[in-house]
Design a protein around this ligand. Structure first.
Ligand code: ZN
Ligand code: ZN
Length: 467
């Protein structure tokens, strides 16, 4: 859309607004044409989001939490957000243990010697360079492992097999992620020398899916890895031949205390410094196998792009705070650090984009109950993007969860997750998986949300052209 026409659409009421105090500015109404124009401009022309995710994945690449690569990503982020015209761009650092991957391999020693594709899970125990050798003991679920007597497991390598099905809402992840999150601890407490799981993924590529797990309840760290889905199926066929199966497993890793991570924060300052803040963002860190394009390069890109579209239109009443959280993958450490520092500040909304780059298909928000008028405005503003309201939805976003627990109202703009777990936490999480048109639809949705909840945008000086 032509910029002049766009400005005319937004700001037809501008002369009248100039006479009024900021608190009496007209609020967006249901079907507000100014919100619609902002949304439609983002849908048609957004390039900010693509530029961010293309830049980050190309110029930084993988950025495992607390490593030197994540530090480079923070520096990159500060430069980019400053260049985009955000205010108060800064890093809020914190320390944490740093875990890094070394040599890893798995092979069947007998009865049918062959190599399998494996990747260590985060914070796996390390083998020596020589690896370990043990007999495989099979379980079809985490519950089956839980129920097994210790003597069936002791001295063996546990294998948990389970099938995750694709779902638009990604609902399988909670249930099927449990073997990854809890399996290593249970196996260790029963005396296993190692554990391999079928990847938490919906693809049939020969790529293992990594992800976090922690040893709890005093469990001694043991080597813990994920086999790719085709390799897990291969192992099942080998086991079905009925002979004892022996695996040689090498999973070398290092863990050190005193690593550094941090949140990168940027703002669009509101006209009313005391008004509750609109908090949006995603996480800057990624796993180390791909380049963290869909997890979560797109989340940080979408939310910053949306904030920039509001900046293009003028100055919101409420401050928009964009946070690119550090160290989400090892357990949401950035989100906890943010809540510890800012959880007591008044937030008007908290929302995170962290489910890939496919289109937003529904939304839900606590505002349904606490501010039904705003909820109605959101419903109207998002409907033209093919987004329906979900009155039964829940808060999501690991990074904003602690702030929501501290009292911030939540919003979830839910992306279509049908394809997400084909690539999640694998070497396949790369830029080419992003559909630019669906990415723009995401930006349009977040822009519309921010415009509705902005408290009213006062047209300002035309923004200089920035990246
Ligand atoms: Zn993520
Ligand atoms: Zn992730």
């Amino acid at each position: 859309m032509n910029r002049t026409l766009l400005a005319a659409l937004f700001f037809t009421a501008a002369p009248a607004i100039a006479q009024q105090s900021i608190t009496t500015l007209p609020q967006p109404v249901v079907g507000d044409p100014r919100v619609a124009a902002l949304r439609d401009e983002a849908l048609a022309n957004d390039h900010y989001a693509w530029d961010i995710v293309e830049g980050l994945t190309t110029e930084v690449g993988q950025r495992l939490a607390a490593t030197e690569a994540e530090a480079r990503a923070r520096d990159w982020a500060v430069k980019r957000l400053t260049a985009m015209g955000f205010a108060n761009v800064h890093i809020e650092p914190f320390t944490m243990p740093v875990w890094t991957r070394g040599a890893e391999s798995a092979e069947i020693v007998s009865p049918f010697p062959q190599k399998l594709a494996i990747a260590a899970l985060g914070y796996s125990g390390s083998t020596t360079a020589a690896g370990i050798t043990g007999q495989i003991v099979y379980f079809d679920s985490l519950d089956a492992l839980r129920a097994a007597p210790d003597n069936a497991v002791r001295g063996k390598i546990v294998f948990i097999d389970h099938h995750m099905m694709p779902a638009q809402d990604g609902s399988g992840y909670g249930q099927f992620g449990a073997p990854r999150r809890q399996g290593p601890t249970i196996a260790s407490l029963k005396g296993a020398i190692g554990i391999v799981i079928r990847s938490i993924g919906t693809d049939h590529h020969r790529n293992p899916h990594t992800g976090i797990q922690y040893f709890t309840d005093g469990a001694k760290p043991i080597p813990a890895g994920a086999l790719s889905v085709p390799d897990a199926e291969q192992l099942v066929r080998i086991l079905e031949r009925g002979q004892p199966v022996v695996m040689h497993l090498t999973l070398v890793s290092q863990k050190a205390e005193g690593g550094h991570s941090g949140n990168v924060i940027a703002e669009v300052p509101g006209r009313d410094a005391k008004a509750p803040i609109l908090l949006v963002g995603g996480h800057l860190d990624s796993w180390d196998l791909g380049t963290g394009a869909i997890d979560d390069g797109t989340g940080i890109a979408i939310t910053a792009a949306a904030a920039r579209h509001i900046m293009d239109a003028g100055r919101p009443l409420r401050t928009i705070r964009v946070v690119w959280f550090g160290a989400e993958e090892p357990g949401g450490l950035g989100g906890k650090a943010y809540a510890a520092a800012h959880g007591k500040e008044a937030h008007a909304i908290a929302g995170e984009s962290d489910f890939g780059a496919d289109r937003v298909w529904r939304f839900s928000s606590q505002l349904m109950k606490s501010d039904p008028a705003a909820y109605a405005q959101l419903t109207a503003a998002l409907a033209p993007l093919g987004i329906t309201k979900n009155d039964k939805g829940e808060a999501d976003g690991t990074d904003v969860e602690p702030t929501i627990t501290a009292g911030a109202p939540w919003i979830s703009l839910s992306q279509d997750g049908t394809r997400y777990f084909d690539w999640h936490h694998t070497p396949d999480d790369t830029l080419d998986k992003i559909d630019p048109a669906q990415l723009r639809q995401n930006v349009a949705a977040w822009t519309a949300m921010l415009a509705v909840l902005s408290g009213g945008i006062e047209p300002g000086a035309k923004q200089p052209k920035r990246r």
